[in-house]
Ligand binder design. Structure first.
Ligand SMILES: Nc1ncnc2c1ncn2[C@@H]1O[C@H](COP(=O)(O)OP(=O)(O)OP(=O)(O)O)[C@@H](O)[C@H]1O
Ligand SMILES: [Mg+2]
Length: 489
């Protein structure tokens, strides 16, 4: 993408009255004396940015005009800077572009005689370099480690998730086109496109963050962008214990389940932490096993050596070349897997996955969208029906009950915390019904300072698959299940 297209501007814009490329000589512009900066008096001439010096700007609490004047200054400096940069510059050479932008930025400030505090200068430089080199107004949010998700709902509303809570950020875009340019910048290097004829796109940022964009006419609020940030350091079982997502006993139990090659489905609502839990479970797979992971957008981060990561692919512009999760599940069976880990079952691949689990690829794991373990079974049934293979319902249920050993139910609670709220064994069929038995359930004991307090309680029932533990030479103390020795033996 050319520099000009990247920024949605033309060289002429740099000389437009709004953004003069060469304003009258020796005009001093000052922004934000209220920030503690040294106020430098104008050195003659009248500034086009007179508005910047309006007292209201510095008035405490008067945020909107300040933001506007900052944006005005930003677009003015940016336009001048762009008009001075060589449009043929190779944007792929990040280092050089960065250096040139920095030098030009300094010279534009000097030429325009814009006096800023150090803080303001840095802020302006970061905002402008984010437009040129990064992803515009959301760049600081992408860099902010306390933000886990970014949701752009059109140009004026950018929500973020911090500590499990949604908050409105103060980032804004200029207009719909500005959001579109950022979306385009994300998807076009991947050979993908987004326009009226294909208004939705899934993609990934270079750092692995998962993104989804939907633009008008499908989105009525303007172009939207949802970014699930990629955790550089994925959460570990110790993190989950610390956050109260799971108890230590449960981790011991789940580790045993993975080592004993149980087939596990992590179930939960959207954003409830399914993939994270799946990643933690996968970390318990012994090092000497060959693991194949299959995902829509590779999010899992396995530490083992012997891992093959496969990613599905949408159809290209001509509608060809699609590789579905289902294709990959079928293909993985020919790759001598010890374990198949499917990021998420959404459709017909569930049937292939169940078949794999039933035919010697035990110890496989996946996630599904459902709100209770019983719902997860219903979802699996529906997904099997979506495979197009005509099987009677009873046969599907038998497949499910024979394949799945354990459902881990995850939820995002009202206080923003993510918790495992049930660990449930799939015991088998009774008549036409699949029998489920909870092994652990979350018991809420109260609310303290807005935080939900409770604990994972073993139900006292020893799961039937404990035999598999014993076969794998894994012995858990009976207290793990909350049972006394008397009840067990
Ligand atoms: N146990 C946890 N405690 C705190 N934060 C968590 C926990 N698990 C996941 N998260 C955070 O929540 C966000 C969503 O997690 P994750 O991607 O695992 O959810 P998901 O259920 O797979 O979502 P989706 O339905 O979109 O696939 C991430 O930012 C992740 O870092
Ligand atoms: Mg997920």
């Amino acid at each position: 993408m050319s520099l000009l297209k990247r920024l949605g501007t033309t060289p002429d814009e740099g000389t437009s009255p709004d953004a003069p490329a060469a304003p009258p000589a020796r005009t001093t512009t000052r922004l934000g004396a209220a920030d503690g900066g040294v106020a430098t008096p104008p050195r003659g001439g009248t500034s086009d940015l007179g508005a910047l010096r309006r007292p209201t700007i510095a008035a405490p609490g008067n945020v909107a005009p300040r933001a506007d004047s900052f944006n005005e200054l930003k677009s003015r400096v940016q336009n001048r800077l762009i008009s001075e940069l060589d449009p043929r510059m190779d944007l792929a050479n990040h280092e050089e572009v960065r250096r040139t932008v920095e030098e030009t930025f300094q010279s534009v400030l000097e030429a325009e005689n814009i006096v800023l505090t150090r803080v303001e200068r840095l802020r302006l430089y970061e905002a402008i370099s984010a437009e040129i080199l990064g992803y515009g107004p959301i760049e600081p949010l992408l860099k902010d480690d306390s933000v886990s998700e970014i949701m752009v709902n059109g140009p004026r509303q950018v929500y973020v998730e911090r500590s499990g809570k949604l908050v409105l950020s103060d980032a804004t875009f200029q207009d719909d086109d500005h959001v579109m340019r950022v979306i385009d910048r994300i998807v076009s290097p991947l050979g993908r496109r987004i326009d009226e004829s294909s208004p939705m796109v899934d993609a990934r940022l270079p750092d692995g963050s998962r993104i989804n964009a939907v633009i008008p006419p499908i989105s009525l609020v303007g172009p939207t962008l949802t970014i699930r940030k990629f955790a550089r350091d994925p959460l570990t079982s110790e993190d989950l214990i610390r956050f109260g997502t799971v108890s230590r006993e449960m981790v011991t139990f789940l580790k045993a389940c993975v080592e004993a090659r149980l087939n596990v489905v992590v179930s939960g609502g959207t954003g409830s932490g399914k993939t994270t839990t799946l990643n933690v479970l996968s970390s318990f797979i012994p090092d000497d096993e060959r693991i194949i992971t299959i995902e829509n957008a590779a999010e899992l981060q396995l530490r083992q050596d012997h891992v093959v990561t496969l990613e599905s692919r949408p159809a290209n512009i001509e509608g060809r070349g699609e590789i579905t999760i289902r294709d990959l599940v079928v293909n993985s069976l020919r790759m001598r897997p010890d374990r198949i880990v499917v990021g998420e079952c959404r459709s017909g691949e569930a049937l292939d996955m169940l078949q794999a689990m039933n035919t010697g690829h035990d110890g496989s794991m996946t996630t599904a969208h459902a709100n209770t373990p019983r719902d997860a079974l219903a979802r699996l049934e529906t997904m099997c029906l979506m495979s197009g293979v005509e099987l009677p319902m009873r046969a599907i249920r038998e497949q499910i009950s024979a394949a799945v050993d354990l459902i881990i139910q995850q939820a995002r609670l009202k206080d923003g915390s993510r918790r495992v709220i049930a660990v449930t064994e799939v015991q088998g069929m009774e008549g036409d019904v699949i029998v489920l038995q909870d092994v652990f359930v979350f018991e809420q004991t109260g609310v303290e300072n807005g935080k939900i307090v409770g604990r994972m309680k073993p139900t006292g029932i020893r799961p039937k698959f404990v035999e598999k533990f014993e076969a794998a030479n894994i012995f858990l103390p009976p207290a793990t299940f909350g049972a006394s020795y008397d009840r067990l033996f």
